[in-house]
Design a protein around this ligand. Structure first.
Ligand code: GLC
Length: 582
């Protein structure tokens, strides 16, 4: 590679710039897993008052909104994704008044609040399910869930071959009032998470009432849990068994991505529009309340159906999360998913980590493809990641994501460069995946460990006591907020710089262009705001050799230091302003 590079910006945009006036089209949204963010009362479990006390931290970080994983009343068999009462707060997290205070305080800071809606299933402790088990087969109570007679001479076999996502069968048999084994109920997740029957009018009406309950309390939107799972194929046919990326078999198809889900989302969009003062067709939609799908749907064309203009606002781009750290594949995913979303007029919604996957600072600490195989949790006896490599790449990956047009979701602690806890003792694991998989899949506890705030306090400042519902690894000490705050070069300061530059340069609503002139293992793109007076080069070097920047490029931010002669080393990403004439 020569000392300076002459780049050519492709005049044909991958994506065209848009107006900045619709907040959710370019927002940065921070996910809080309430159990693990901040504990106000010292019981070792995070809570709503803990969040409210520290919202200033998020305002200073520079995010636009917060998504809270569930805090509803729940036996917590799946970290709160097993809801027993959708209209109240679990005592472990506080009270309803605490939710109100959190919402109001967030709004005072200019932060929007998105909460999790769990419509696919309830907890088995939900009064509806309790009533369903007590009721006779065929009645109204059972019709809200998916109860079926078993196969075999005496109904001893499950109604079909569907598996639970957490391992084991997807059906469990109940004992009827007369003491005999009776019908089976479907649970795509844990045995304590019975699936609702979305053909049932009462289910539909109840969930819309729940949405109104929270919208009336002032929340700004919902993240929809398992959005691709609500409707099952009529007749509940057997599924085809497939391998997951983790190597686990999963029966697929008939419970995922059925056309009927789109009718539900059209109805929900009408509901949301009734709250949006500006209405569906207004030019200024800055007050919009939104819906974001968690839909593990592939290909992107199928995912785009969830964000058609009369359906949901956003849908996580999991193809991006799943892409290996290889420039050609990242380039392909970015370009293709943007084009597909553009086709339906939706923004792209980028994400790299969440509470269900191994944090990317850890995944990227493995060879490019091996990281993906570790998506479902790492134990002490597994190969361990190269932490320094993972952090270096994670800082670069964040630069790529945060420079892209569309909305971005951050997962709590990624701004600190937190890795997964990869050496948790198996006895402390709480994710039902570990048990239900017959102790073969470690599950998701490693990414859910409570955050470190203060290096020299008990529980690293997570709460006022030494308690922490999962043990924090010693590596969290030097990553604590107080070790990074104000420290030049820290990951926290780097994220603050990314977010402020993203806002200043309007990257979230810029146009995106391909750049020629670099080798294939260098990801090079240009983001240009609508007026095109500044071109921002995004360059991530995933190749083996340092690469030069174009002449006169002015660096805005770099994920790690450049070489002494100003080249971009391996696994470093840079944003740099280019002269418009290039
Ligand atoms: C979603 C959640 C996950 C939960 C599952 C069942 O995938 O993100 O945490 O276990 O749904 O509700």
């Amino acid at each position: 590679m020569p000392d300076a590079v002459v780049v050519r910006v492709d005049p044909e945009p991958i994506h065209t710039a848009s107006a900045p006036d619709t907040w959710w089209r370019h927002a940065v949204i921070y996910q809080i897993y309430p159990r693990s963010w901040a504990d106000s009362d010292g019981d070792g479990i995070g809570d709503l008052p803990g969040i409210t006390e520290r919202l200033e931290y998020l305002a200073r970080l520079g995010v636009d909104a917060v998504w809270l994983s569930p805090f509803y009343v729940s036996p917590q068999n799946d970290g709160g994704y097993d809801v027993a009462d959708y209209r109240d707060v679990d005592p472990v997290f506080g009270r309803l008044e605490d939710a109100d205070k959190l919402i109001a305080t967030a709004h005072d800071y200019g932060l929007r609040i998105i909460i999790d809606l769990v419509p696919n299933h309830s907890s088995s402790e939900h009064p509806w399910f309790q009533a369903a088990v007590r009721a006779a087969p065929g009645g109204r109570e059972r019709a809200r869930y998916i109860f079926r007679d078993g196969k075999g001479a005496s109904g001893e076999l499950p109604p079909n071959n569907w598996l639970s996502n957490f391992g084991g069968p997807g059906w469990t048999r109940v004992t009827e009032a007369d003491g005999r084994l009776g019908q089976w109920y479907l649970h795509i997740f844990d045995v304590t998470q019975p699936d609702f029957d979305w053909n049932n009018d009462e289910v539909q009406a109840e969930m819309e009432a729940v949405m109104r309950f929270w919208l009336d309390r002032g929340i700004d939107g919902f993240r929809i849990d398992v959005a691709h799972g609500l409707v099952k194929r009529a007749g509940l046919p057997d599924g085809v068994t497939r391998q997951q990326p983790t190597g686990e078999p999963t029966s697929s198809q008939p419970m995922w991505d059925q056309p009927g889900v789109h009718d539900i989302y059209r109805s929900w969009r009408r509901l949301l529009n009734s709250y949006n003062a500006s209405g569906p067709d207004a030019e200024i939609a800055d007050e919009d309340r939104i819906l974001c799908a968690e839909a593990w749907v592939h290909p992107p064309e199928a995912l785009a159906r969830y964000v058609r203009p009369d359906e949901l606002h956003q849908s996580f781009n999991f193809d991006f999360l799943l892409a290996p750290w290889l420039a050609p594949e990242l380039r392909e995913v970015i370009e293709h998913t943007l084009r597909v979303a553009d086709h339906v007029g939706a923004p792209q919604t980028w994400v790299l980590s969440n509470h269900d996957v191994v944090r990317y600072a850890t995944r990227l600490g493995y060879p490019a493809r091996a990281g993906l195989l570790r998506l479902s949790g790492i134990g002490a006896d597994d190969p361990q990641p190269d932490a320094a490599l993972g952090l270096r790449r994670a800082r670069a990956a964040a630069a790529v994501m945060l420079a892209l047009p569309g909305s971005c979701y951050l997962y709590q602690g990624e701004e600190l460069g937190l890795p997964d806890a990869t050496q948790l003792p198996d006895e402390v694991r709480q994710d039902p995946t570990w048990r239900r998989s017959g102790y073969t899949q470690r599950g998701r506890d490693g990414c859910r460990v409570p955050l470190p705030w203060l290096a020299d306090s008990p529980s690293y400042g997570f709460g006022p006591s030494a308690r922490s519902w999962l043990p924090q690894p010693p590596s969290f000490r030097e990553l604590a907020v107080d070790q990074q705050d104000g420290v030049h070069g820290s990951t926290l300061e780097l994220y603050r710089a990314y977010l402020s530059a993203r806002r200043e340069h309007g990257l979230g609503h810029g146009g995106l262009y391909r750049v020629d002139g670099y080798p294939d293992d260098v990801l090079a793109l240009v983001n240009a705001p609508a007026d095109n007076d500044r071109l921002i080069l995004i360059l991530a070097n995933l190749g083996p050799d340092p690469v030069p920047l174009p002449k006169d490029a002015q660096i805005i931010v770099a994920s790690n230091p450049l070489t002494d002669d100003g080249r971009v080393p391996t696994d470093v990403a840079v944003w740099a302003a280019l002269a418009p004439a290039i």
